[in-house]
Write a new protein. Sequence first.
Length: 127
Amino acid sequence: MQVPTFTRTENGSLSINWIAMTAATMSLGVAGASVLHDQINGISAPGGTDNVSADADFSDWQPLGLSPIGVEAYQQWMAGFSDTQLLEHVANMEEYAATQPGAGHPYETYHDEYYIARAEAARRGLL
């Protein structure tokens, strides 16, 4: 079928409508993602410890991969560990203690886990 015939008939109009609708949907998705990108990064940005409990020793540590809410969730999770489980978790995560900023997920989160577990173990007098 030649282009002039195609433009005069309606056989391809449904395909063109779907292409236009898909392009519009994708454009809206990309626009929405770009608007939310900065807000999402702000939520999970490293360095915030506003919600960290005062009795935890974080003097030599700043979160790399967890938001303050994430730190609090990990603290609550690890508070439920038995002493043995906690010490095993500290030992398992120790290799991530020296993880540098920019290492990415999951290494930054493992780094944070190590320091949270270590603080919990110290709070219990295990270290």
